[in-house]
Write a protein that binds this ligand. Structure first.
Ligand code: KIV
Length: 272
């Protein structure tokens, strides 16, 4: 779509890096269709993620595991049609990057046929070679550390990660390795605020937090959570932005404004 009237420049990997340097917070949200994507962009959202959370909020599944490459491609195509300027990231779904070849092939689909500008994948140092292979082929990568919902059965539930010293040290080491492998962005989910601050400080690439405290370079939430549309409990780290506003558009603008001014997240949304 090209009917947007504002004059904002396209958000690029380079611009995100400059925002980190300039200490300007990066506002990110998930979206799964063109109409919401357009609303997000017009509200000033810098980065739009087609998250595999669509398995839960769109498809009504209990986890993200059933989401397929075809599902992600379809929703990426929808979202891309709603965007002009925001950077579009697509999640690599469960078991879509079991080898470097498979990762490049599927990420390539999201970029060539979907219109994504970057892919996100869960995993630590074990994924460094995959990140390097994507990087080598010109595919920007957002690495995802902390709580990795695709490992829910391995870790036995959705819980805060990196609470003991060994796990915290490993997460920092993983983050540095993934950056060295070529990751352009880092996402930290459900990580103690002090550890997230340490990782954000140690990395040159921007760090986006969800349940990771105020000191990350940017924030992301699941769109449906901020709009109070939920099939279950809203997580502690999220916030209902519909309470003091007149509609969805205002709620999204409020989210952007609170992220940019460091009002969100507050202590009540963070973990120790
Ligand atoms: O799938 C998703 O929406 C995500 C966010 C929770 C960051 O990964």
């Amino acid at each position: 779509m090209s009917t947007q009237t504002d004059t904002r420049k396209k958000v690029t990997v380079r611009q995100l890096a400059e925002m980190k340097q300039a200490k300007q917070k990066i506002a990110c949200l998930t979206a799964y269709d063109a109409s919401f994507a357009r609303l997000l962009e017009n509200a000033g959202v810098d980065v739009v993620l087609v998250g595999d959370s669509l398995g839960m909020v769109i498809q009504g599944e209990e986890t993200t595991l059933p989401v397929s490459v075809e599902d992600m491609l379809y929703h990426t195509q929808c979202v891309a049609k709603g965007l002009n300027d925001s950077l579009l990231i697509t999640d690599m779904p469960f078991l879509s990057f079991t080898s470097e070849e498979e990762a490049v092939l599927n990420a390539g689909l999201f970029m060539k046929q979907g219109g994504a500008h970057m892919v996100k994948l869960e995993g630590g140092v074990d994924q460094a070679d995959t990140v390097a292979a994507l990087n080598k082929n010109g595919i920007p990568v957002c690495a995802h550390l902390g709580l990795q919902p695709q490992y829910v059965h391995k870790i036995g539930g959705y819980r805060v990660q990196g609470r003991d010293d060994a796990a915290a040290e490993k997460m920092l080491a993983d983050a540095l390795t993934l950056q060295d492998a070529g990751a352009d962005l880092m996402l930290l989910e459900c990580v103690p605020a002090s550890l997230a601050a340490k990782i954000t400080d140690a990395l040159e690439i921007p760090v986006i937090g969800i349940g990771a405290g105020i000191d990350c370079d940017g924030q992301i939430l699941v769109l449906y959570d901020i709009l109070d549309i939920s099939l279950g409990l809203r997580p502690k780290f999220s916030k209902n932005f519909m309470t003091d506003v007149h509609g969805i558009e205002e709620a999204i603008k409020q989210y952007v404004s609170e992220v940019k001014s460091s009002k969100f997240p507050s202590m009540e949304h963070a973990f120790n």
